[in-house]
Design a protein around this ligand. Structure first.
Ligand SMILES: Nc1ncnc2c1ncn2[C@@H]1O[C@H](COP(=O)(O)OP(=O)(O)OP(=O)(O)O)[C@@H](O)[C@H]1O
Length: 377
């Protein structure tokens, strides 16, 4: 999927995406690939290779810079603030994960950056270029995959899709043939290169979408749930390929995912959103080491229903596994909570038969931060 050059959008939401057959409005019925016909149906980000004014692109500029971005939907008491004064910068050659519970504002933020939603305020710059002042130049180096595999042309073969998306990015597909071959090999699609996309499995279609996004040599890519529907091996391959592109080719990736393992493994930095605001912005290591979270597993035959029930009322994050005698519980809490837990167990004469501490992972930190935020509000 390529972000189209719509200029500053004039309505509150703009259809700026070139959809595939999965999206009814603009599917292309084209039995064989023809580069010359492409621009008639979907306006490319830029018309000709080298047609972008690169004179003002400064290598020192952040790949993406967002300042004071705001977006409200609706009016009056029914208004929803989807993005609330969000600012951040993303360094070139890094992968930044965008996390947040459902409705946190991730999609609206990404769509505002991509010019598909008109924000109420704030600025967005891509490689130093204001996307509203000079959308054509700003989006020349950008590509995006939103909503999984909807962006491919299912009647075209895998190879034809890659050539098509390279072309509409303003790149001669022959000049990036090697890149395409490598992408197909890395993603396990080489044998399917000449197969129409509609004949592929869901996971394979997902991989074609990703390959299409990377086909034109975009420098900044936005990936929404890129590993959704992929088997474990394909997901790992994709993560490796993303890291390779970031490290060897300075690709910049903004990745939105609910898969914490993927985010923890692949991202240099994580932005966590809640209710439209960014509530954490740090490296995965800093988020893990900076947390006051303790995850403790206790097994005891004295953990009978009445004791467990009081604990469940007292601690939000608790897993209970009943045993033949007693229970095994897992509690995630802060230091104060840990003391309270131990005091409660002592007061109820619970013998600690087995105690194990578990290192908190990104998911624990995420749940803790977003729950705290909601509670504070
Ligand atoms: N077009 C729209 N009209 C009205 N409200 C909208 C619109 N788009 C999003 N919203 C609202 O804005 C808020 C943020 O939605 P958004 O889709 O950006 O969240 P999200 O973090 O991407 O959620 P999810 O993880 O569920 O995809 C939600 O309350 C949502 O209902």
């Amino acid at each position: 999927m390529t972000v189209r050059d719509n200029g500053r959008p004039s309505s509150s939401e703009v259809d700026g995406i070139a959809p595939g057959e999965g999206s009814a409005s603009k599917s292309v019925d084209r039995p064989s690939f023809d580069d010359s016909a492409v621009s008639e149906e979907i306006e490319p980000v830029h018309d000709v290779p080298g047609g972008v004014d690169t004179a003002t692109v400064d290598d020192h500029d952040a790949a993406v810079s967002v300042t004071g971005l705001k977006k409200r939907f609706g009016d009056g008491t029914a208004a929803i603030t989807a993005v609330n004064d969000v600012s951040f910068e993303i360094e070139t050659g890094s992968i930044v994960g965008l996390l947040g519970p459902n409705g946190a504002g991730k999609t609206t933020l990404i769509k505002s950056i991509l010019g598909m939603v008109l924000p109420d305020g704030g600025t967005v710059r891509i490689r130093g270029i204001d996307v509203y002042d000079r959308p054509r130049d700003a989006y020349a180096s950008v590509d995006a995959m939103l909503e999984g595999a909807r962006n491919d042309y299912w009647r075209l073969t895998v190879q034809e899709n890659l050539r098509y998306f390279a072309t509409i990015s303003g790149v001669d597909p022959d000049s990036v043939r090697e890149r395409h071959e490598r992408l197909l090999t890395q993603l396990g699609l080489a044998e399917k290169a000449d197969v129409p996309v509609r004949e592929l499995s869901r996971g394979m279609k997902q991989k074609v979408s990703l390959a299409s996004v990377l086909a034109g040599g975009a420098e900044v890519v936005f990936l929404d749930e890129p590993t959704l529907g992929l088997d474990i091996e394909s997901s790992r391959t994709l993560q490796r390929e993303l890291r390779r592109l970031v490290e060897e080719e300075d690709l910049t990736v903004v990745l939105s995912s609910h898969d914490m393992d993927v985010v923890e493994t692949v991202c240099d930095r994580v932005l966590i959103m809640s209710d439209g605001a960014v509530i954490a912005d740090d490296t995965v290591d800093a988020l893990l080491s900076g947390t006051d979270l303790h995850c403790i597993e206790i097994t005891s035959s004295d953990l009978v229903a009445s004791v467990v029930s009081t604990l469940e009322n007292q601690f939000e994050t608790i897993t209970v596994e009943p045993r033949d005698r007693g229970s095994r519980i897992e509690v995630t809490t802060d230091s104060d909570g840990l003391y309270e837990l131990l005091a409660h167990l002592r007061a109820n004469d619970v013998t600690l038969e087995r105690v194990r501490t578990i290192e908190p992972d990104l998911e624990d930190v995420f749940v803790d931060l977003t729950t705290l935020e909601r509670r504070d509000e």
